[in-house]
Design a protein around this ligand. Structure first.
Ligand SMILES: NC(=O)c1ccc[n+]([C@@H]2O[C@H](COP(=O)([O-])OP(=O)(O)OC[C@H]3O[C@@H](n4cnc5c(N)ncnc54)[C@H](O)[C@@H]3O)[C@@H](O)[C@H]2O)c1
Length: 270
């Protein structure tokens, strides 16, 4: 660590009622972020995360809503009420068994594009936005899909990509490849404000998301078993990296994706 102070402002966590989001919120408070804005679909689940954080000294505000609703970014800015953003950790997302290809692209990619656009002017000096991608975006894809993000998305959003990802299993890695491309493309505009934009790609992590998915996947089980770590990751391990990426110690880390996967991707030969 450089010993520099944390950036001024609020730390926002999306997907804050989920596995990695709730762990991130807890670790942000432990790292000294006292003003937290926690976002997820359901107010009850958010309160369950926020209440113990308040007991621990946080000013933890909640915002329930669908990140894929085009009105969401405006609601987020309203909740900030003029305060700057010191950190954004965007974990909200859905996996292939949670929705159609269209919905996966809308939640994981279109919502992320809009969020990045909306928060950019509110980022404090030294602030960082950390977007959750996935190691599946490192797996081979058909050439046309792999090249889909060499141009900015058309105004109608990912609807124009649906033909490249007709199934949820294809839409998920495509959506996360789009997140990585977004970071590469937009980090410069964050840099012009003295802020950073990065993504993180988890491997298989033991959270509610994978409990629905991994037991049915022989490929995923083999990937985990033959990897350097030999196990799934824990939400806290990913949260620790996200919190570091938001810290002054990561001041030269931007425009990049960090693969945090216990060696899962390497075990697949990618
Ligand atoms: N768990 C893994 O193995 C794994 C691997 C690679 C990438 N990821 C990515 O990491 C991120 C976090 O995953 P997790 O394992 O913590 O999942 P999780 O399901 O435990 O948490 C995700 C949270 O996002 C919320 N959410 C989903 N759709 C939303 C929407 N439209 N609006 C607002 N909130 C919404 C959910 O309610 C949930 O609380 C996701 O983006 C996921 O794609 C996870």
């Amino acid at each position: 660590m450089t010993g520099k102070e944390l950036p001024k402002g609020v730390a926002v966590v999306t997907g804050a009622a989920g596995g990695m989001g709730s762990a991130t919120a807890q670790q942000l408070l432990a790292a000294g972020w006292r003003q937290l804005l926690l976002c997820d679909l359901d107010a009850g689940r958010l309160e369950a995360v926020a209440a113990p954080l308040r007991d621990g000294g946080a000013e933890a505000q909640i915002l329930a809503g669908d990140v894929a609703n085009p009105a969401f970014p405006a609601r987020l800015l309203e909740a900030l009420a003029g305060r700057a953003l010191g950190a954004l950790v965007h974990t909200a997302g859905i996996s292939p068994n949670m929705g159609s290809a269209e919905r996966i692209l809308a939640v994981n990619l279109d919502a992320t594009v809009r969020l990045v656009e909306a928060v950019r002017p509110r980022m404090a000096k030294g602030a960082a936005a950390v977007l959750f991608a996935s190691n599946s975006a490192y797996f081979p894809m058909p050439t046309e899909a792999a090249q889909a993000f060499t141009q900015p998305l058309p105004p109608e959003g990912s609807a124009a990509l649906l033909h490249l990802a007709p199934s949820p299993e294809l839409a998920y890695p495509l959506s996360k490849l789009g997140v990585r491309a977004l970071v590469k493309r937009e980090a410069k505009s964050f840099g012009e404000r003295g802020a950073r934009l990065v993504s993180m790609s988890p491997g298989a992590i033991d959270t509610p998301m994978t409990r629905g998915e991994l037991p049915n996947s022989e490929v995923a089980r083999r990937m985990v078993e033959t990897s350097a770590s030999g196990r799934m990751g824990r939400a806290e391990e990913l949260a620790a990296v996200a919190v570091f990426l938001c810290s002054p110690g990561a001041s030269f880390v931007t425009a990049v994706d960090w693969l945090v996967d216990g060696g899962h991707t390497a075990a697949m030969g990618f």
